[in-house]
Design a protein around this ligand. Structure first.
Ligand SMILES: [Zn+2]
Ligand SMILES: [Zn+2]
Length: 348
């Protein structure tokens, strides 16, 4: 197995090199997989643009990507059947620290995560044809699941974690601020739970996708009176990363309601209306990655209840990862950009 497989490597800001892949022996406890589909995340975009993310500089070239699914090529003694499509859980937790013992793998202090500067030495991510991944982090799926949908398992798990942290259940009024890919997935997940969802964004096109995916109403900032929202929502999912949107959330949530922060809030000088947290007894909760929600996300994908085609902005073959990241950087794509591995059709 040499020569004709490729991997992508981020060698400097805005530079992706394609290199032949020559995988060595399969590490113990891992299976050898062949990429079926992967998707681009905001984290990948930060590394691509700046060679850094959230203050973590990359120390050496790395393969990006932590959202993917793949076919089993060599089970390496495990009971995974060759050819099976598996969803890849990128959280490789230690299993023994206090967080792991509480089933909070997302907060494991010794976890490994692919395509990230937080693990040193950096662990290569999924934007490559051959992937060796821990068998325990491979979730086989039912036949017939579309790989371009299954690659949403990881980001959908993040969105479902935010819904769980916010306590979203059927019939609640839920506001999602920000209709980027994460906000859209939170909307789709909340709709699947039977919540009544309102979507808010600055961009009309993003709001249109939100209503296509099931939001009962879509609001474009600047085109309505914000006072209409005051106190109307049981839960707000903050997915924009913008402090004005967080202030909207504080106003829009009802008394004793909850706000779950799913976004990366960039530090900048802006005033947060903190007093409302006291006056309305608002619970503000953070949401970082996911735990049991990975399984929940895969099951949701298996049901076919969510229209992931509507949430897909574009599809590129793996060899065009750089073009795909440039398209994401341009900010015109609403929804996710998906990469396909060998043997899967591209385009669309
Ligand atoms: Zn991601
Ligand atoms: Zn741990």
């Amino acid at each position: 197995m040499t020569g004709h497989f490729i991997e992508t490597r981020l060698t400097a800001a805005r530079r992706i090199a394609l290199a032949p892949q020559d995988p060595g022996p399969i590490p113990e406890g891992h299976a050898r997989l062949r990429l079926a589909a992967a998707s681009l995340c905001g984290t990948d975009l930060h590394y691509f643009s700046d060679f850094a993310n959230a203050g973590f500089m990359l120390r050496n070239p790395v393969t990006l990507g932590h959202e993917a699914c793949a076919y089993v090529e060599d089970p390496n003694g495990s009971d995974l059947a060759p050819g099976t499509l598996v969803a890849l859980n990128p959280i490789m937790n230690c299993g023994i620290c206090p967080a792991c013992q509480r089933s909070e793998e997302n907060l494991c202090t010794a976890k490994k995560f692919p395509g990230s500067a937080t693990t040193v030495p950096h662990l290569d991510g999924f934007f490559r044809e051959i992937i060796d991944h821990p068998v325990r982090c491979c979730r086989p799926v039912a036949a017939g699941v579309d790989p371009c949908h299954l690659t949403f398992a990881e980001p959908m798990a993040c969105a479902l974690h935010a819904l769980n942290k916010g306590g979203v259940t059927a019939d609640q009024n839920v506001l999602v601020t920000g209709c980027g890919p994460m906000g859209l997935l939170a909307i789709a997940g909340a709709v699947a739970r039977g919540a009544v969802v309102t979507a808010l964004d600055l961009r009309e096109g993003a709001v249109a996708v939100a209503t296509d995916v099931g939001a009962g109403s879509g609001l474009v900032s600047g085109t309505f009176d914000p006072a209409e929202l005051t106190g109307r929502f049981d839960v707000v999912i903050e997915a924009s990363g913008a402090i004005p949107a967080f202030n909207t959330a504080l106003d829009a949530v009802r008394r004793k309601g909850r706000i779950a922060i799913l976004s990366n809030m960039a530090l900048r000088e802006a005033e947060v209306n903190l007093n409302l947290i006291m006056l309305k007894e608002i619970e503000v909760v953070g949401s970082f990655q996911f735990n049991r929600e990975f399984e929940e996300a895969v099951r949701l994908i298996e049901t076919g209840a969510v229209d992931f085609d509507v949430l897909t902005a574009a599809v590129y073959p793996l060899a065009e990862t750089s073009t795909a990241l440039e398209e994401m950087a341009a900010g015109r794509a609403f929804g996710k950009i998906v990469l396909t591995g060998t043997g899967l059709p591209a385009g669309g």
